[in-house]
Design a protein around this ligand. Structure first.
Ligand code: ATP
Length: 428
């Protein structure tokens, strides 16, 4: 194979090229989504290693062998995930060994680890369990602190091959063990990104505001990612060190934020619900929800955040007029005059949930999620979001698009962003 591995243009420029091979028939059948490859691609670019290709193969030794041999002709680093388990269809270690003309050996410390984990589960270690401790000759085992099968890392000429277990938690834990070796190999610098997250605006609005920055971008680069009810801007810098990349990012991010500050809700791992939670906690305030068209989604999203019971007192999911009257104190006359989907009723629901629960803030949503139930005057997607607090009650009207699920999610975004905006006003 050596003659076929002449360095290409990229290698001559000092770029380290990587390929990821995901092994698993369930991936090919679409029964699970390949989150491992996405994770590895992101982490490798942080190390300054460029992922040039991703391949998916089933649990088939011949195709794993072929995929690995082909990848090794093109890339300096090849990472496989999946197929390291104890069952018959877990064939990755054997296929890697065969592709490289090596045998398999039992790795003593890994075998001991496998025995221990199996015993801890109340089982007797069997031959098939120990199969997980078989790694190719010359490979280094990468300990798997959260599962049984270790990963492994080997050098093949000037190439590096790593194999990691399939379960995402185990893959991440073992990947950490190979990144140190890859960092040494990369040496060429890092590619680092920051993601700025905006709500309450559309992608085109933001693109227009940033048009000149996008037109002149070189390093860092700017990319837009639109999701339901929010827009992300990923800013990516390439630099010799993380510190230098961060400095490049800071300048561009400051400029972007300055153009749309009122709509920026967070960065990287932040979500609207986590940001709202953080602000409520900081300001020592409590929140209750009254939901009609979102069916509890706002409450569910707020309580996804660990520790939310400190600030979330609870909520009312009220679809019938009777419940709106009884639990939220919405007047019958209001419902009759304006209908359940109206600004007046949304305001009354928000004020009512504050009254009923004693919370500092109350948010309410009423709307038509569809697909049926719309009229010319009140079409599908019409929603009213109201927020009640010490300064009174505010209400917004939105005309949301998409399926029933999209409309419900967008309505929950609008409600969470309304809370965020209110709390940001009060920030010291
Ligand atoms: P096990 O010991 O569980 O058999 P393994 O290394 O053999 O581990 P697989 O059998 O290939 O891994 O996969 C186990 C499970 O891990 C899959 O059923 C799937 O839920 C998850 N998984 C595997 N590969 C991926 C992937 N690329 N992305 C996301 N999840 C994955």
């Amino acid at each position: 194979m050596g003659d076929k591995r002449r360095p290409g243009k990229a290698a001559r420029r000092g770029v380290v090229r990587a390929e990821v091979i995901s092994v698993g028939t369930e991936l090919l059948l679409g029964q699970i989504v390949d989150t491992n490859a996405a994770y590895l691609a992101q982490e490798l670019s942080r190390l300054g290693i460029h992922v040039y290709r991703r391949t998916t193969v089933g649990d088939n030794p011949t195709r794993i062998r072929q995929a690995l041999r082909e990848a090794l002709r093109r890339a300096e680093v090849v990472i496989l995930t999946g197929g390291l388990g104890p069952t018959q269809d877990d064939v990755t270690a054997q296929a890697v060994a065969d592709a490289l003309g090596r045998g398999l050996r039992l790795h003593g410390a890994s075998a001991e680890h496998v025995r221990e984990v199996v015993r801890r589960r109340g089982l007797t270690p069997l031959e098939c369990h120990l199969k997980q401790a078989m790694i190719p000759q010359g490979a280094r085992a990468v300990p798997n602190p959260v599962g049984t099968a270790p990963g492994f890392l080997l050098r093949e000429g000037d190439r590096l091959v790593a194999a990691l277990p399939g379960p995402p938690g185990e893959m991440r834990a073992t990947a950490a063990g190979v990144f140190a070796s890859l960092r040494r190999r990369a040496g060429a610098g890092v590619i680092h990104s920051r993601v700025l997250k905006f709500a309450g605006i559309g992608e085109s609005w933001l693109e227009e505001r940033l048009a000149d920055l996008v037109a002149s971008q070189t390093n860092p680069t700017i990319a837009f990612l639109a999701g339901p009810g929010e827009v992300h801007v990923r800013v990516t810098a390439s630099a010799p060190s993380l510190g230098q990349a961060n400095r490049l990012l800071a300048g561009v991010c400051r400029e972007i934020v300055g153009r749309a500050e009122e709509h920026l809700f967070g960065e990287d791992e932040d979500t609207l619900e986590s940001v709202v939670g953080r602000l409520l906690k900081e300001q020592n305030r409590t929140l209750a929800v009254a939901e009609s068209c979102t069916g509890g989604l706002i409450g569910e999203r707020i309580t996804r955040v660990p520790g939310s019971s400190v600030y979330f007192v609870g909520g009312v999911v009220s679809y019938s007029n009777a419940l709106k009257e009884r639990l939220l104190g919405v007047r019958k006359s209001l419902l009759r005059r304006h209908g359940a989907v109206s600004a007046e009723v949304a305001r009354a629901m928000a004020a009512g949930v504050v009254e009923a629960t004693g919370s500092d803030l109350g948010v309410a949503v009423t709307g038509i999620a569809g697909p049926s139930g719309g009229t010319r005057a009140k079409p599908v997607g019409l929603t009213y979001t109201a927020l009640a607090g010490p300064d009174g009650v505010r209400c917004e009207e939105h005309r949301l698009g998409g399926t029933r699920t999209d409309i419900q999610y967008r309505a929950s975004q609008a409600a969470l962003d309304m809370i965020r905006t209110e709390l940001t006003k009060h920030r010291p």
